[in-house]
Design a protein around this ligand. Structure first.
Ligand code: NAD
Ligand code: TYD
Length: 349
């Protein structure tokens, strides 16, 4: 069907924003959201979207080839967008195995389903981390030099997708985005973790000297880029998606302190005093930046959300949804937190 899309990982952070964008911007499309519901996948991210002729949820694993082939056979989708992944670098340092399984074998299962024909567009969601630590902004043809097991697994999936395009001629596209932030992000990544800890009265743990630079992209802007790639991207092409909002981590954490203080009417000094340097992450990349001129020139995409605005929107969302944060940090979160923030990477558990 021309207007049917399978979104994998649609209950996670970026995937849930993308499902919502499709339902609002392309209301006549049918969206099938296939998600394993790991710790990072949350049905509560999509409570506003009910099952209908235009939306179906499938609880399942992308590594399960029988399930994937069955969904493709039943739905005959026009496109697939693969968000499903293990997505956190620190977890990949604790245990790389689930990253290889989902991010590489899962991608292979989906690519093999595309090989069977019928699907017109397969978008692999990738990351700037595949380029590794960079000084000069890489364009899409730059060599991949991933540093973490997470980044290596994402790079492997990109290479597999490109190899399938060349060998089997299947219609793949790749979107490599910068660090996303926004509502519904699991509080293990920098921005939501700092907001959570600021609100919970806990320390704000900055890795090493805090001078590492990331390019911060508001999740809504990434989703509009992915939709452009899905509909209009050149088959076989890679698109870098960066916002050009480069900031050292320490500046980001201080900005969060000031905005949380403003929004909650507390003394900013009290929050700033809770910033603590903790031992660095092993293999930590100092700097991610990308040359994103291709997507701007070819597809006319530009980010719409300045960092200060996106950060304020994000902080307000977490303030208004503290029940969401409570819920997603109830289960195994404490054990994870202790494992990472004890900074004893070899001894998980
Ligand atoms: P997330 O961790 O919030 O969500 C991942 C989702 O995938 C969850 O809903 C989870 O249940 C699901 N999932 C995990 N394993 C699965 C499996 N085997 N089968 C089916 N579903 C499975 O991740 P996110 O931050 O939303 O990232 C989405 C994608 O974007 C990932 O591919 C990630 O590598 C990429 N990416 C993320 C960022 C970022 O800043 N968050 C930046 C660049 C690229
Ligand atoms: P993160 O959100 O994990 O994204 P990535 O490592 O994939 O870019 O981390 C963003 C930056 O923030 C990274 O340089 C690591 C740093 N960081 C901290 O300093 N403290 C933290 O508690 C976390 C989670 C990250």
């Amino acid at each position: 069907m021309q207007n049917s899309v399978v979104v994998t990982g649609g209950c996670g952070f970026i995937g849930s924003h993308f499902v919502r964008l499709l339902r609002t911007a392309r209301p006549d499309w049918r969206v099938v959201n296939l998600d394993k519901l790991t710790y990072a996948g949350n049905l509560a991210n999509l409570t506003d979207i009910g099952e209908s002729g235009h939306y179906r949820f499938v609880h399942g694993d992308i590594v399960d080839s029988d399930l994937i082939n069955g969904v493709v056979r039943d739905e005959q989708p026009w496109g697939i967008v693969n968000f499903a992944a293990e997505s956190h670098v620190d977890r990949s340092i604790l245990d790389p195995a689930p990253f290889l399984r989902t991010n590489v074998l899962g991608a292979q299962v989906l690519l093999d389903a595309v090989r069977q024909g019928g699907i017109k567009r397969f978008v692999q969601i990738s990351t700037d981390e595949v380029y590794g630590d960079v000084q000069t902004p890489p364009d899409e043809e730059a060599t991949l030099r991933p540093s973490s097991p997470y980044a290596a697994s994402k790079g492997a999936a990109d290479l597999l997708a490109l190899s399938y395009h060349r060998t089997y001629g299947i219609p793949i596209l790749i979107a490599r985005s910068a660090n996303n932030y926004g509502p519904h992000q699991f509080p293990e990544k920098l921005i939501p973790l700092m907001i959570r800890n600021a609100l919970a009265g806990e320390i704000l743990p900055v890795y090493g000297d805090g001078a590492q630079v990331r390019d911060w992209l508001f999740v809504g802007d990434n989703c509009t880029a992915i939709l452009q790639v899905l509909e209009h991207g050149r088959l076989g092409a890679v698109y870098n998606v960066g916002a050009g909002e480069h900031r050292p981590n320490i500046d980001v954490v201080r900005a969060i302190c000031r905005l949380v203080a403003e929004e909650t009417r507390v003394d900013p000094q009290a929050l700033l005093a809770r910033i603590q340097s903790v031992p660095d992450r092993p293999g930590h990349d100092r700097r991610y930046v990308m040359d994103s001129s291709r997507i701007r020139a070819e597809l006319g995409w530009t980010p719409a959300t300045p960092f200060q605005d996106g950060l304020r929107t994000t902080i307000r969302w977490y303030l208004e949804h503290q029940d969401w944060t409570e819920r997603v940090t109830s289960g195994d979160y404490r054990a994870y937190y202790e494992a990472v923030y004890r900074r004893n990477w070899g001894a998980h558990g």
